[in-house]
Design a protein. Structure first.
Length: 113
């Protein structure tokens, strides 16, 4: 059995038996939850630096690490062309779970590959 990351194992469960052609409400909820799982996964793997209650993510972390495509499809849109972004964990989870449909579709393709 393969050793999967948090977001990947959640994707197997969430996207099981979902129609691949249509962005149904159930599929949107699944993808938004998986995007939040990517944030938790990045947090647990030390992608964020923490000062007080604020988590800082720097774009250079993605460049230096062997980041996966599905992680980049969630984290890069949250940067909005900034070198770094700060927020508490709740803020990061909320932003990831509110990605627009176009970004969710890219995320679905990235995580299913």
């Amino acid at each position: 059995m393969m050793d999967l990351k948090l977001a990947q194992s959640f994707a197997l469960t969430a996207l099981n038996a979902q129609s691949s052609l249509y962005m149904t409400n159930a599929k949107k909820v699944s993808l938004r939850s998986m995007a939040a799982a990517v944030i938790l996964e990045a947090y647990l793997e030390g992608y964020f630096t923490q000062a007080d209650n604020e988590l800082t993510f720097r774009k250079e972390v993605l460049d230096q690490s062997s980041s996966t495509l599905y992680r980049e499809t969630v984290l890069l849109p949250l940067l909005h062309n900034h070198a770094e972004v700060q927020g508490d964990l709740g803020w990061w989870l909320k932003k990831a779970s509110m990605l627009p449909n176009k970004k969710l579709k890219k995320f679905e393709i990235a995580i299913s590959d």
